[in-house]
Design a protein around this ligand. Structure first.
Ligand code: FMN
Length: 366
């Protein structure tokens, strides 16, 4: 329902513009560096796009220019859905210059990254590092509010090491009339595996005037509904589980429409992996690099393939495309297998390689 997109808190109501309002509550693909670029958007769109996309972050510093490769996910957006350009930076003048440059491109809005947990990043006081300086965040948001002609959105964690500034951050969001808040329900030091604090999402829903997207461990369409219900969030943002299960947005839609929900089989997963390889493959690049890139995705897909983690174990040892696909065939497309259902949740006890989960946290900033 349209009303579910509206935030009715603290006596005032703000909602997204009609162009972004759908009949049902919204889903978004979480920005993931080195993952959610144009090729992955194409692959996801073929299986059911979310309502909103956010780009991987654009670094903003004294000498930064808009990154062409990331920009292609805006200029060549293969879907009908809006794309928000995510920025990571702290210098007001550099951010102003970048936002002005972005006015030439078909973006739905500008999203400020207040969550990146990489030590190299937060030591520069950007991303999650900024959460230690709520006054600086307020100054940045004030400038962005003035400059951004389209929507202004924020993606943040609940705090740096704890939630001591959480209320102040929510106030800054209200004061600067931010249009949408995506809240990753962990602290920066909580990384990717700490227990998400959904009570903070509920608090944000009650405390800000804009819609809130809940983010953090939405692992299936069932958990999307349960967590939305638990927190009162206006929608959900899904990251790693959309790599594992690219049908997740379609499944949420079908569940919302009370239609039968598509259940992918292992054969569908095999096709997804083939599609991903062909779409991600960069011609002229060493095959092992293409395989290495694929492993980053398959570390998540493998969490739902077999409970013992055999697929993960064997896949991680492959070097060539042939080896990789022979492991995929063994686990996904042998006689009698391809019709079996793909597990909708990750199997308990399996974890994606730490290096793949923290890829973003190890990224260089400039
Ligand atoms: C590989 C990877 C890259 C990420 N890159 C970004 C990024 O560029 N910007 C951002 O705001 N968050 C980034 N994140 C965080 C996700 O957007 C999301 O907040 C986090 O994964 C929690 O959601 P999930 O449990 O649905 O995965 C990244 C996460 C991962 C795993």
């Amino acid at each position: 329902m349209i009303s579910t997109l509206k935030s009715e808190s603290m006596g005032s109501t703000r909602s997204l513009p009609d162009s972004l309002i759908k009949d049902q509550w919204p889903t978004a693909l979480a920005p993931m560096q080195d993952v959610t670029g144009l090729p992955f958007m194409k692959v996801i769109a073929r299986r059911g796009a979310p309502d909103f996309f956010f780009t991987e972050f654009f670094r903003v510093h004294a000498h930064s220019k808009i990154d062409e490769e990331i920009l292609s996910s805006i200029t060549q957006n293969p879907t009908e859905q809006p794309v928000f350009a995510q920025l990571i930076g702290e210098n007001i003048e550099d951010l102003r210059r970048t936002v002005r440059d972005f006015q030439n491109y078909p973006i739905a809005g500008i999203d400020l990254n207040l969550g990146c947990p990489a030590p190299r990043v937060f030591k520069k006081n950007v991303g999650g590092g900024l959460l230690r300086s709520p006054k600086q965040i307020l100054s940045i948001l004030k400038m962005l509010r003035q400059e951004v002609g389209c929507l202004l959105t924020v993606k943040m964690r609940i705090g740096f090491e704890d939630d001591r500034f959480f209320d102040e951050l929510l106030e800054a969001i209200n004061e600067t009339k931010v249009d949408l808040l995506s809240l990753h329900a962990r602290t920066v030091l909580g990384g990717y595996r700490s227990m998400p604090s959904y009570s903070h999402v509920a608090k944000a829903v009650g405390g800000v005037h804009c819609p809130v997207l809940l983010n953090g461990n939405v692992t299936s369409f069932h958990s999307a509904f349960d967590l939305k219900e638990l927190t009162g969030a206006h929608g959900v943002m899904i990251g790693r589980s959309a790599i594992r299960n690219p049908w997740i947005f379609r499944q949420v839609r079908e569940m919302q429409a009370k239609r039968s929900v598509f259940q992918p089989t292992l054969g569908d997963v095999y096709e997804y992996i083939e599609d991903l390889y062909n779409t991600l493959e960069k011609p002229g690049i060493d095959e092992r690099k293409n395989v290495g890139r694929m492993k980053k995705f398959l570390n998540f897909v493998g969490l739902s393939i077999d409970a013992e983690g055999k697929f993960l174990h064997q896949m991680r040892r492959t070097q060539t495309k042939k080896e990789l696909f022979s492991v995929c065939e063994k686990h996904l497309s042998k006689e009698g297998q391809s019709d079996m259902y793909f597990n909708s949740e990750p199997f308990e006890g399996l974890v994606a390689r730490p290096s793949s989960e923290s890829g973003y946290s190890e990224c260089k900033l400039s």
